[in-house]
Design a protein around this ligand. Sequence first.
Ligand code: 6R9
Length: 653
Amino acid sequence: MAIPDGTTFKTEVDDLLHETRVFQVPSLFHNLANIKNDSLYAKAKTDRVAFWEECAKKLHWTTPWKQALIWEKPFAKWFVGGKINASYNCLDRHIKANLGNKTALIWEGENGEERTFSYAESYLEVNKLANAIKSLGIKKGDRVAIYMPMVPEAVFAMLACARIGAIHTVVFGGFSAEALRDRINDAQAKLLITADGGFRRGNIVPLKNIADTALEQTPGIQDVIVVQRSKAEVAMKRGRDHWYHDVVRNVKPYCEPEAMDSEDVLFILYTSGTTGKPKGIVHSTGGYLTGVYNTTHWVFDLKPNDIFWCTADVGWVTGHSYAVYGPMSNAATQILYEGAPDFPERDRFWRIIEKYKVTILYTAPTAIRAFMKWGDQWPKGCNLGSLRLLGSVGEPINPEAWMWYYENIGGQKCPIVDTWWQTETGAIMITTLPGVTPMKPGSAGKPLPGIDAEILNEEGQIIPAGGGFLSLTSPWPSMLRGIWGDPQRYKETYWGRWQGKNYFAGDGTKRDKDGYFWFLGRVDDIMLVAGHNISTSEVESALVDNPMVAEAAVVGVKDDIKGQAIAAFVILKEGHKLNAKTEEILKEHVSQKIGALARPSRIIFTADVPKTRSGKIMRRLLRDIAEGRVLGDITTLADAGIVAALKEKYQEA
Ligand code: 6R9
């Protein structure tokens, strides 16, 4: 298989490696850190599987496992025969340990409302909702879709599903009706939990109305539970729609947690694939929890008094692993914020940190770059002295943003953990341990204990120092168990590149002489727009779906804030004349089809797009054009004239 176009491993990173500054772990942090030395790495090296067993034992199992790992490549089973319940581990266990009064969630609505839930209160909410869901006929193994704003009920809904063994599939609240419909249908969900709306930049996102459109074409959905959040007027369909506050009113306050098999599915989470159809990534119960529980303790150095804030929405894997299952299984106190970082002003995050004395902040490079652009005055106006650790996730963090984060937010005293992982990996795979490993701005660091990662070339051979494809070379407990309903696609996507031998992560990577990994971005047709994975073909299909469009080619181009922005080259059908509104109509069409996150920032109308002789769109060329670079090799191009014409056009636009 050839290296996909766009992959060049001689990069800016080469230059960067020479001038990298190394930041030592602050000694105060080191002295108090959960993990102070290399012993975990050593232990994992001696016996990887035994190491993970020790990690799994930190959770509460009702029946111990019989076998730690069954590895029938590419299908792994961990802690086989063990029984465990995720909601028990996130709630009951802490109450039994006398932590019932400890604050679990501090929620702040965008409009300034505040609600706090202790572990005992969260437990009650989850138990009641679990009973309510059960009484609607949802059983172990059934799928429940969750389409919610960032409110405590979103967390309760996930844990209530976990309690009764129903499989949740959370759909990010920014997705469109069609995206929601497709995910509901693919998962064959029976129940939808949503809200009347949520607040975003002062506006109400009409989630229930959007869901109603989706529900016109989701024959499997029997019931809908609606949280009243915005108090916006919504239609309630008799017999199908129920208010959350009604269904939890007359139910018992305790629901026995279902003893789940370690390998039973905990959730499905959809992520973009290289085709237009999203992949339902399947996660297990025991292995997943083992991964997120332990990585939260190691990487975020979580202590009983910390106020932890992961800013990710529960609709993404980061929200699942580090706003719900990881922190809650560790009995953390967490912040949950509903809205935008610039509402009502651009200091909203810093005000939240000051107000609640947040100690650990985990956010994304795209947000950090936006903060940089907005200016230092915003964080300077707030007291951020409570912070002791910072984290980054979602895409490579450029050294400038790293330095800004380190100086302006961390006050040069907080270590930064740049955490590389994926929806598929379930938990953090590559990062520094904040009390142990020196930091290099721009590098994620090294594989965590128990994780084997290598950089492979096209033939699947290990490259000790140069650049190549990242592969995780041994199974790990929180790894995906497959793609929902499509084992073949699982094999092809992740294991097809090297004849089933190694896991293909899709990331270009380089390793320096100290063994640090430097991420160079995706090597497949997945864009990272503000850290969110969007496939080029998904946007192309959305465009072609518009009756005006004959053909579309989409590429991700460099963007100062979002990392990548979407540029689309569009060929209109004969008879459709371009006018002043066409671009806006098509952008809006994509927003409607997928969600605002996939809205192209630029559309270039053209008579043709460059293709290889075998008919493949040459995205590398389009990227070169869109980013204004010198054109690469066009010897395989079917009609070289197209490129010159396009380039002229793009520069005009
Ligand atoms: C957790 C999450 C996964 C893709 C991944 C990679 C990119 C995430 C990164 C990073 C460099 C980091 N990515 N974290 N690249 N450094 N610290 O983001 O999951 O949404 O599935 O995205 O994101 O390209 O392959 P997901």
